[in-house]
Design a protein. Structure first.
Length: 180
């Protein structure tokens, strides 16, 4: 009887430690890996030593500069921060894919939850290579409401448009364009 009880105890210990199902981590990204892609692009641009033309327009006043020492990792931070690959957001974005012609594909992720900052993420690909990224990000605080519209094109550059309505001050309309 003691032997049977010992075997039963060992069996219970072994089965109690066995995993019941998949863990809470995601092995592959359910959405486009924006963080990884932008990190690779920043490294590519930094290594290539790109010279850029940066134009900033703030409330109608424009300034343009030629720059040859740009920290692309810092400049592209807004794009990297718009990555939507989080386990908690798995069911919070709708995915729509359009095949335009041949291998030209547009994938759009649209937020289903109004509290999410990234409202829309659009990835355009041709022959498996990313040709354009568009992002709509909601911004704001108690004192302001705004939106960032970001566009990244690996062969041309990027732009960030900001429209911000302030409750106690002037509204902000800004455009940053970087071309290489």
């Amino acid at each position: 009887m003691e032997r049977l009880l010992s075997l039963l105890t060992i069996w219970l210990c072994l089965t109690a430690c066995a995993p019941e199902g998949p863990s809470g981590t995601i092995d592959t990204a359910p959405f486009f890996d924006l963080n990884g892609y932008i990190s690779q692009e920043a490294e590519r641009l930094q290594t290539a030593g790109m010279k850029v033309e940066k134009t900033i327009t703030l409330n109608g006043v424009t300034e343009t500069k030629q720059l040859d020492d740009v920290n692309f990792s810092n400049d592209l931070r807004l794009f990297r921060e718009a990555d939507i690959n989080r386990p908690a957001w798995l069911e919070k974005y709708a995915t729509d894919q359009q095949a335009l012609s041949g291998s030209h594909l547009i994938t759009t992720y649209t937020a289903l939850d109004s509290s999410l900052i990234v409202r829309r993420l659009m990835i355009e690909e041709d022959v498996g290579a990313t040709t354009k990224i568009e992002i709509d990000r909601k911004t704001g605080t108690v004192l302001s409401d705004g939106i960032h519209y970001l566009v990244y094109e690996p062969v041309r550059g990027y732009s960030v448009t900001t429209k911000q309505q302030n409750r106690f001050g002037d509204d902000v309309n800004a455009l940053i364009e970087v071309r290489w």
